[in-house]
Design a protein around this ligand. Structure first.
Ligand code: FAD
Length: 397
């Protein structure tokens, strides 16, 4: 495996870093200072600047206005964009739209591309992926899906309750996972549907309040009640919902890892700058070994995380499923990011806890990363299954 970063990719990543310094980080500082949330017109203004700078939709093909980068090329670019929580939104490589574009690019038919994918790729619309249900429905275990789609004449009628649907407040369409054949094997009995927001039968119940600053687009709880959709609303084929969701979630987990690595790297830079300039007990904080080791551990762990991301991205780019490798990267990077942010906050002392720096906001935001797109325990289960399959004793005869 050759993990050297091609020159053109390094150039793009550098342009993204500069764009963040010039356009994104000043807005981030303003939002923090004034304690206000990102608003749609602020985001649209930022997006117009990203487009003008040629830094729009890194994963979308050039003919759709994107940068046409491959899975193997995106890690440094996504990391650069992830240096601020606003960066991926500005460049149009934030979750869930980025994962949804990837899914639609793979499976949407010509009509669905025209109707759903192209406006999304241009940044004219927002999307949501609606799979998780409140208990007793499907969370970690997708086999527990309760949302049902039943045939009514030629159409489908969907009924169910979902929650934590990111972007639900602003989404122009929902990608809904529902059971279409309750008698089939759970992995072959569900289907993905594309539902425009204004379809009768979609009720947003609430935006679920979460730890930390509110995200643009929210994470909603919603009801589907006799939501009528035509057969043309099916994404891929009937019964393929689980397989399609898996092919969305693998790369989406990895792109989360890339973006969060950027955030943790910037935290390390902020903490190092603070520790170099701040004195205690007769010298700069950086002269104390306990601080040096926190910086060293953070730098080492981030580098390990990058290599795990690159390996999994390389495998995906070769057409492999890389199920185990993406699980390993997801567990390790989400936990590394948590530890790095915790250490950086500690190094910055009271200033780290204050909202004068973005660290406390990031610390809150990063916690959920160990839960969404598969909790660490679930990914460890995937890795353990692989280990046991490879090395477990054969069953007794
Ligand atoms: C910020 C955020 C955004 C999200 N966005 C979306 C979205 O856009 N669309 C969507 O569909 N969902 C979304 N989710 C939901 C997310 O994917 C789920 O929260 C996640 O899959 C876990 O499901 P759950 O919350 O039901 O946890 P549960 O299934 O109730 O599990 C709770 C805990 O049990 C433990 N556990 C579970 N299984 C095992 C096991 N086999 N072994 C050991 N321990 C285990 C884990 O610690 C887990 O955290 C989002 C969640 C958050 C927090």
């Amino acid at each position: 495996m050759d993990f050297s970063i091609p020159r053109h990719v390094e150039d793009i990543a550098e342009r993204v870093r500069q764009f963040l310094v010039a356009e994104v980080i000043p807005l981030e500082a303003q939002l923090l200072r004034e304690g206000i949330e990102l608003e749609r017109d602020m985001l649209m203004a930022l997006r117009a600047k990203a487009k003008a700078a040629g830094l729009w939709a890194p994963t979308m093909p050039a003919e759709w206005g994107g940068m046409g980068l491959t899975m193997q090329e995106i890690p440094p670019v996504f990391e650069a964009a992830g240096r601020s929580l606003l960066g991926p939104l500005a460049l149009h490589c934030a979750a869930p739209d980025e994962g949804n574009m990837h899914l639609l690019q793979q499976y949407a038919n010509a009509e669905q591309v025209e109707r759903f994918l192209l406006p999304l790729a241009r940044g004219e619309t927002f999307s949501a992926f609606s799979m998780t249900e409140p208990a007793p429905g499907a969370g970690s275990d997708p086999r527990m899906l309760r949302t049902r789609a039943r045939r009514v004449g030629a159409d489908w009628s969907i009924n169910g309750r979902k929650w934590l649907t990111t972007n639900g407040e602003i989404a122009d369409f929902f990608i809904i996972m529902a059971v279409t054949d309750a008698d089939a094997h759970p992995y072959r009995g569900s289907t993905l549907f594309l539902a425009p927001r204004d379809s009768p039968g979609i009720t947003i119940l609430r935006d679920v309040p979460l730890l930390g600053q509110k995200d643009f687009g929210g994470h909603v709880e919603l009801l589907y009640e006799d939501l009528r959709l035509p057969p043309s609303a099916i994404l891929g084929a009937e019964g393929e919902g689980f397989a399609l969701a898996q092919s969305r979630l693998g790369p989406a987990r990895l792109t989360h890892c890339m973006r969060f690595t950027g955030l943790a790297q910037r935290a390390l830079e902020i903490a190092t700058e603070y520790a170099s300039g701040r004195e205690a007990f007769g010298g700069a904080l950086t002269s104390h070994q306990a601080v040096q080791w926190m910086l060293a551990d953070s730098a080492m762990e981030l580098q390990m995380g990058r290599l795990l991301i690159q390996e999994a991205a390389w495998r995906l780019a070769q057409g492999q499923q890389a199920r185990v490798e993406t699980s390993i990267a997801k567990v390790q990077v989400s936990e590394i990011v948590g530890r790095v942010l915790d250490r950086c906050l500690q190094i910055c002392g009271g200033r780290g806890i204050s909202r004068d720096l973005p660290l406390s906001t990031w610390y809150e935001k990063a916690r959920a990363f160990r839960i969404y797109d598969g909790a660490s325990e679930v990914h460890r289960m995937v890795v353990a299954r692989d280990v046991i399959k490879r090395y477990g004793a054969p069953p007794a005869q």
